[in-house]
Design a protein. Structure first.
Length: 252
């Protein structure tokens, strides 16, 4: 029961208050349907959580001696705790298989949703980048998803946030490997957990050097601020001319 309570509270917190308010207004008759953002947040979060659970279950993450029923619950809980970035664990992280740990890194990078309590790139950003990729491969000019067109400015914000987040993760992982002599994947796991403000660890955090701990602190602070807020604070200039009149390179 304790795990169930933690599971539900963590998921609701990661989904966010916008989605909760949206569904409450629909159920109370104040609106006919929920917004596209809410549909994306809930459907994407449930889909990724289900996929993460199934993949953890089939990768022999927790050993063969554990009963199937317990494996299912362990898989669901660990997928939830990585995706929602709450940082709880009911299994020993260092003892999990390499494929399971890699999956946890992916879930931590994806993260929660806008207006939620979690970190990560955010579900709507992932969906926007994916929708643009699919539309580009199909030769379409406009980007659509679930019967709606995604505005261009939201796509630009999504692409910028995605690239900026991955860039910070790569740089943080590089410097962690530079200052500490740990296995490469262990430092990547720590960096992804820190930037996503998750808290999961493979157990190397206490053994990091002073420089390594400073890097982890910086990653946690940057992850809490968020890639979009940080990028706007560093680079936004409303007075700079947007259209420079430069010729376009048609070969790109």
């Amino acid at each position: 029961m304790l795990n169930i309570v933690i599971f539900v509270i963590s998921f609701l917190g990661a989904v966010g208050f916008i989605a909760a308010t949206d569904y409450w207004q629909k159920w109370t008759g104040k609106k006919q349907s929920v917004t596209l953002t809410t549909k994306i947040i809930v459907s994407f979060s449930c889909l990724v959580l289900l996929a993460g659970t199934l993949l953890l279950l089939i990768t022999q993450s927790f050993g063969n001696e554990i009963p199937l029923q317990k494996k299912i619950w362990l898989s669901a809980f660990q997928a939830m705790t990585a995706l929602t970035t709450v940082g709880f664990n009911t299994a020993s992280i260092p003892e999990m298989s390499h494929s399971a740990l890699f999956l946890l890194v992916i879930l931590m990078v994806i993260g929660a949703s806008p207006a939620g309590t979690g970190g990560g790139i955010k579900s709507t950003t992932i969906v926007a980048v994916f929708a643009q990729m699919v539309s580009t491969f199909r030769g379409k000019t406009n980007v659509t998803f679930m019967g709606h067109q995604i505005p261009g400015y939201r796509l630009r914000l999504a692409n910028a946030s995605f690239a900026f987040y991955i860039g910070i993760l790569v740089i943080g992982s590089y410097f962690l490997n530079m200052f500490d002599n740990h296995a490469v994947f262990e430092t990547i796991f720590e960096a992804a957990s820190a930037l996503g403000t998750v808290g999961l660890s493979m157990g190397i955090t206490p053994t990091l050097s002073a420089a390594g701990k400073i890097i982890v602190i910086l990653l946690m602070m940057l992850g809490r601020i968020g890639p979009l807020s940080l990028g706007l604070a560093l680079f936004y200039d409303k007075n700079r001319m947007d259209d420079l009149g430069w010729p376009e390179d048609v070969a790109i």
